[in-house]
Design a protein around this ligand. Structure first.
Ligand SMILES: [Ca+2]
Ligand SMILES: [Ca+2]
Ligand SMILES: [Ca+2]
Length: 235
């Protein structure tokens, strides 16, 4: 009997160790280029730094992959509110996720987007509903910098997170104020360490994105690439 209890105890310990190892391996990062979005609707367009000069702005440093997405606009001026970029994101594990964007926001008239992520968010166009739940107050700065997607309400600005099940999701970045620039996205379920782990897409990430995949699972020590099944197009 004592032997049996000991055996059960050992089993429990082994299970805990195995579960812990599995949880570490379940950290997910999905690193996307804005310009490789599945759909980009004008006036949002893929741009290169020189295009900014034509709009009257200061030419930014080279973005990841040489390109970014924006609704063209001159500094300081208002405008925006139409066009979007849509990403089909294959979520590998049920969990809560957050998003960081690699952005430039020159001024108070060029520093916001709308963000919806279905199915956690409803299928809603915030450009027409003006629903502040989906308004991202992009941190200002004339050089590329990371900013976590937030919810800019009248009451203040709050970090956003989304509970998602494994499977296909649709992330839409809608133009709100023109000249807001998006270079890349970093999505993770390791939210606590997200700000410290943010990184730009590499060749493997771009390959996954172009194949219609979701992302890479991150092992505790080194990164393990996983190819997801190809994602069916929704369009
Ligand atoms: Ca603004
Ligand atoms: Ca603007
Ligand atoms: Ca880019």
């Amino acid at each position: 009997m004592i032997k049996y209890i000991f055996f059960l105890g050992m089993l429990a310990i082994i299970s805990i160790v195995l579960i812990s190892a599995t949880m570490a391996a379940d950290d997910v990062e999905i690193v996307l280029e804005a310009e490789l979005a599945n759909e980009i609707k004008g006036p949002m367009v893929i741009a290169v730094p020189e295009d900014v000069k034509a709009a009257g702005g200061i030419v930014p440093l080279e973005p990841s992959n040489g390109q970014f997405v924006w609704a063209p606009g001159a500094p300081v001026t208002g405008g925006g509110g139409s066009g979007y970029m849509k990403f089909i994101v294959d979520i590998p594990v049920d969990d809560t996720y957050a998003i960081w964007g690699h952005v430039i926001a020159w001024d108070g008239n060029s520093d916001s987007l709308w963000v919806t992520w279905e199915p956690a968010d409803p299928k809603e166009n915030p450009q027409t509903t003006n629903n502040f739940d989906f308004r991202w107050n992009v941190a200002g700065g004339g050089d590329w910098h990371w900013d976590r997607v937030n919810q800019w309400l009248d009451a203040g600005t709050f970090e956003r997170e989304w509970e998602l099940e494994k499977g296909e999701t649709i992330l839409t970045m809608w133009s709100r104020e023109d000249a807001t620039m998006l270079d890349a996205l970093y999505i993770t379920n390791d939210i606590a360490n997200g700000q410290g782990n943010v990184r730009l897409p590499d060749d493997d990430d771009r390959k996954l994105q172009e194949q219609g995949g979701g992302g890479q699972a991150v092992e505790a020590a080194d990164k393990l690439s996983i190819t997801w099944g190809s994602v069916k197009s929704l369009y």
